[in-house]
Design a protein around this ligand. Sequence first.
Ligand code: FEO
Length: 165
Amino acid sequence: MLSPTIQEALNKQINHEFYSSYFYLSVSAYFESLNLGGFAHWMRLQSQEEREHGMRLLDHLYDRNGQATFEAIAQPPIEFHSPAEAFQQALQHEDHVTQSINRFYELAVQEKDYAIQVELQWFISEQVEEEKQARQILDQLKMIGDQGAALYLLDKELGERESDA
Ligand code: FEO
């Protein structure tokens, strides 16, 4: 049985995941505008992953006979000043998501909801991976600075990312 507290937290996290999807789509559009197709592709796949995260939680809600509330999704930032700043924002965003997942986990422990704890353990591991990826690319962008040839090569590399689905 899903408690009202856990149901509310699940709906909130579902909203965060769909916002994340929207956020990455916006970053992807920024890279499209720079004609950096590899970065845009990478961000588009990230957006798809975030949608899958939202769907995974939504399925958990349905499996437990919960009610979805589908609150409004906020507008993401649409202006970025450099590729490095876009990845800086992505890293910052993932840090917020990690904090949100951790708070949710603490709540699940308090509420003695073991099923959502198991589900959230997957998300906790996923956050480690997502923060690592964003940090690595940000560090590479900082190293590259304004060297166009190196940016071109990184764009090619990111364009090879494949979907996990
Ligand atoms: Fe689903 Fe990147 O958090």
